[in-house]
Ligand binder design. Structure first.
Ligand code: MF3
Ligand code: CO
Ligand code: CO
Length: 256
């Protein structure tokens, strides 16, 4: 499938969509407390997204029942928020926000340590953050998709972690999920060539144990098979001539 090259006319709208997703994620981060439920996080995302004049893209997407994915401890991704799932001291939780504004989507997630986290929880979270950054660092016009996966998987494995291969990043724009599929493992110099104007996400899921995952009976929740901790960070990036612009970086301005 062809990958859309966004013209500079669309870049500002993409920037605004990425920014609202990042701001809502930052708002959730500042509100997180031990004892809150993941259902509370869903309510915060709905309220904050509406306040910013945007719509939560995930709500109702293929029947997904919430506005945000909340993935705690051994949950890898697509966790469904629940009123009876409380955040306990030492948990880690990924919050994945996708917002639609002005016809475009922005998609970003971060993993937060709740209270006093174990060294293991800190390690997998730190590796996931650095793996996402390493993937972003491989992006520029003329680079290849395999360069991104290679950068991520080399770093994660060097740190004793594994990379989930069943899910990847994705093109994004007027739809939440478009081509290309962006694998988080790969071989340098292989795969589709990146071109300035492409927009996609990089969102490595990093496990402390093995890479195997399975989907629970709810049809959504993805967990590690070995029960090990999993962490993830996600950004939406716009490819440029000499690198990329991260559209979901949080700049500290929570004003609308
Ligand atoms: N935001 C998720 C992603 O990074 C989308 C999850 S689909 C949902 O691609 F339906 F689970 F929300
Ligand atoms: Co995504
Ligand atoms: Co996401």
């Amino acid at each position: 499938m062809p990958v859309e090259i966004f013209s500079s006319r669309d870049h500002d709208a993409l920037r605004r969509a990425g920014r609202v997703a990042a701001e809502t994620l930052a708002f959730v981060a500042s509100s997180l407390r031990v004892g809150m439920s993941t259902g509370d996080l869903d309510r915060l995302v709905r309220e904050d997204t509406a306040r910013r004049g945007a719509v939560p893209s995930q709500l109702g997407y293929r029947g997904f029942p919430a506005a945000v994915c909340t993935s705690r401890n051994h949950v890898v991704c697509h966790g469904i928020p629940r009123a009876d799932e409380r955040l306990a001291d030492g948990d880690l939780v990924n919050v994945d926000v996708t917002s639609k504004l002005g016809g475009f989507h922005g998609d970003t997630s971060a993993t937060f340590l709740v209270g006093h986290a174990s060294p293991e929880a800190q390690h997998v979270t730190d590796v996931a953050r650095r793996a996402c950054d390493a993937g972003i660092g491989a992006v520029r016009d003329g680079a290849r998709l395999g360069d991104i996966g290679a950068a991520i998987s080399t770093l994660a494995r060097r740190e004793g972690c594994s990379v989930v291969t069943e899910y990847g990043g994705h093109g994004i724009g007027r739809a939440m999920h478009t081509d290309p599929h962006v694998p988080h493992v790969g071989v340098r110099g292989t795969g589709r060539r990146l071109e300035a104007g492409m927009v996609f996400t990089i969102e490595p899921m990093i496990n402390l144990g093995g890479p195997a995952v399975r989907v629970l009976d709810d049809g959504w929740t993805v967990v590690t098979c070995d029960g090990s901790l999993s962490a993830q960070f996600e950004h939406t990036v716009l490819v440029t001539r000499d690198g990329c612009e991260v559209l979901t970086r949080y700049f500290g301005n929570m004003a609308k």
